[in-house]
Ligand binder design. Structure first.
Ligand code: ATP
Length: 606
């Protein structure tokens, strides 16, 4: 669980600059106090009351320096000069020495945090994305970064300097009359202790609200992703009701717990502040009447203490704001601390990005491989089979028999519990995962299309591919004609803001994209029943032309695709039930034969 220390770490790379800007801001805040003080001294000059020793010292020094005799006018001119220094000269320098640095640090840190978030998104294991939907992740990241960015100027540029100002006021008042300072101190300690207690409660509420908000966002994102299903089932109204319930729950916590607590806090604060100011007025007046302090000090004490109490509200608002920011920041830090998967380490190392030195013949062997996602239920048990280089092997079996899991192991998304997977005789775990994966290519059932031109999408795995190579890959994948018929050909924009492609077209584009990286092992997760006959046929022809050029593994849902495979591996409940060619397995009259008969009569196996 992330905590305050993780948040403080945010300042670490910039601690020197931070200390500089915080000190500068604190000095400027304190300089403001000189104005009422000097005005108090002016009143003393005008009412012929003695000036404070430090002020007398300044006037004396200036008099010596300029050779002017000290009189009322001279004293007033020196005091006016002091006011000029603390007001007019301070004004143009303050923003550069304070807020410029605050934002400089905040914006630099935002960039760094954003980069960390992107790195995390790219290196987290696939299973993380099975458990967390995009809306939840995006919401957590964006709120975390936003609160980090805005939090710094609030703390460094406002909160700490304001606290320093209050401390300086307290010291000023001690200098004038310690008993008034004591009263001032007691009231502040009392007010702050109540604020602190209330803030603890507010933080708890904020954490709850943040969690509720994340749940709502997550469902909204799911609705957007699954909108076709929502519409097809006509569940729009139910979804609205469900989201309304969530929003209502959120609102109730926000209004009746959070907002109420904030308003209660304000009510308390204002009442106690007014009472304290009144008490200070009474004490100061009594001290003046008794001749303990001058009229100038009476005005200064009253003005300074009003200034201090006036800071209370912004300070507590800043505490409130920081408490609001705390939860999203903590949740963002937790996201950044999510452990990487087995494959996460070194994914972003620069040396792994150079052209992969691996080159396999494509001999793949599964040797006594067993695997389970959780310890209770074995998903694959003692899998043994060999794929010779350039062979085409089909994985067949009922849904849930473990075909995709086998491929996930080959791609090293997970590691076998026991046994090994070998490529060209070497355990795949001995390779650098990044470079290893780049020798394999997979065409999923749902081919991801990025927003951009068809050309961009084709070149995704190999940006330096020549146009000729791209056209050739498209020709083999039987997608060249489709592309050429589009008005802008290869430069047609597809994806979110472009032309929509059919499932079959996307799959063929996916095959061309995979071919372009010239993989040693090509994996093809065949689409189930979503393709029309023509697309299916085109894909089969494409597959046929690839056959024999590289090791190819097909997760087959339609047995028509696997007829020509060199080897068919039939999985049943995580075990290999049969291995052989199409004809051999038909003769065997086992599971494959039964699945084949079912498909002949129009039923699917997937
Ligand atoms: N990420 C996961 N966590 C836990 N269990 C999983 C996970 N992925 C799959 N399984 C389980 O493992 C078993 C095998 O699933 P797998 O996806 O490998 O089967 P499949 O043969 O590819 O099925 P299909 O043809 O429907 O895609 C199933 O029982 C499934 O519920």
């Amino acid at each position: 669980m992330a905590n305050y220390r993780d948040i403080l770490n945010y300042f670490r790379p910039y601690w020197k600059l931070s200390i500089f800007s915080i000190t500068a801001a604190s000095i400027y805040e304190t300089l403001d106090l000189l104005l009422p003080y000097v005005i108090g001294q002016i009143l003393n000059v005008l009412s012929n009351q003695p000036l404070d020793k430090p002020v007398q010292g300044i006037i004396f020094t200036v008099s010596n320096f300029t050779n002017y005799p000290i009189n009322q006018t001279f004293s007033l001119v020196v005091l006016l000069g002091l006011i000029f220094i603390v007001t007019v000269i301070k004004a143009p320098t303050q923003p550069w020495l304070t807020s410029w640095f605050d934002w400089y640090i905040a914006l630099k840190a935002r960039r760094e945090k954003s980069q960390k978030a992107i790195e995390k998104i790219l290196t987290l294991p696939l299973e993380f994305y099975d458990e967390n939907n995009p809306g939840r992740i995006a919401g957590r990241v964006s709120r975390g970064i936003l609160n980090y960015t805005w939090g710094y100027p609030e703390i460094a540029g406002q909160f700490i300097p304001k606290i320093m100002r209050v401390v300086a006021i307290f010291l000023f008042i001690i200098f004038i009359e310690w008993r008034i300072a004591l009263l001032f101190l007691i009231s502040f300690v009392f007010i702050f202790s109540v604020i602190w207690k209330q803030i603890q409660y507010l933080i708890k509420c904020e954490v709850l609200v943040d969690k509720y908000m994340e749940n709502t966002e997550s469902r909204t994102s799911e609705i957007v992703t699954n909108i076709k299903t929502v519409k097809a089932y006509g569940t729009e109204f139910r979804e609205i009701q469900r989201q309304n319930k969530r929003l209502e729950r959120e609102k109730n916590v926000v209004i009746y717990r959070l907002h109420k607590a904030y308003v209660t806090l304000q009510t308390f604060q204002r009442t106690v502040v007014q009472f304290s100011v009144f008490m200070i007025l009474g004490f100061t007046l009594a001290a003046t009447v008794n001749g303990k302090i001058s009229i100038g000090h009476f005005v200064v004490t009253l003005t300074l203490s009003s200034m201090a109490y006036a800071e209370l509200e912004p300070i507590s608002q800043l505490i409130e704001s920081c408490s609001r920011r705390y939860s999203p920041i903590v949740r963002f830090n937790e996201f950044l601390e999510t452990p990487l998967g087995l494959d996460g380490e070194g994914i972003l190392d620069v040396e792994n990005q150079i052209e992969s030195p691996y080159k396999f013949t494509g001999k793949v062997e599964f040797s006594h491989v067993s695997f389970s996602y959780d310890s209770n239920r074995p998903v694959l048990q003692d899998i043994n089979f060999l794929i010779e280089p350039y062979q085409t092997v089909a994985l067949v079996g009922k849904s849930g028999s473990g075909k995709s899991t086998l491929i996930k192991l080959l791609l090293r998304y997970f590691e076998p519990n026991t046994g090994k997977i070998l490529i060209d005789g070497e355990d795949i775990c001995s390779f650098n995962v990044n470079k290893y994966r780049r020798r394999l290519a997979i065409v999923h059932q749902e081919v991801d299309i990025f927003n951009g031109t068809i050309l961009d999408n084709l070149k995704y795995g190999r940006p330096d591919a020549t146009f000729e190579e791209i056209k050739e890959a498209c020709r083999i994948a039987k997608v060249n004609e489709v592309v050429e018929q589009l008005s802008q050909g290869y430069y047609t924009v597809v994806g979110e803001r472009g032309v929509r492609l059919s499932g079959g077209q996307r799959q063929r584009l996916g095959i061309a994209r995979a071919l372009l990286v010239e993989p040693d092992v090509l994996i093809f997760d065949e689409a189930t029943s979503s393709l029309d006959y023509e697309s299916e046929r085109a894909i089969q022809v494409a597959m046929h032309s690839i056959q024999g050029t590289r090791t190819t593994i097909i997760i087959a849902h339609r047995l028509s695709t696997v007829r020509e495979a060199d080897k068919i591996v039939v999985l049943d409940q995580g075990k290999i039930a049969e291995v052989g060619s199409h004809d051999e397995l038909l003769r065997h009259e086992g599971i494959y034969h039964r699945l084949h008969s079912l498909q002949e009569t129009g039923e699917l196996i997937g």
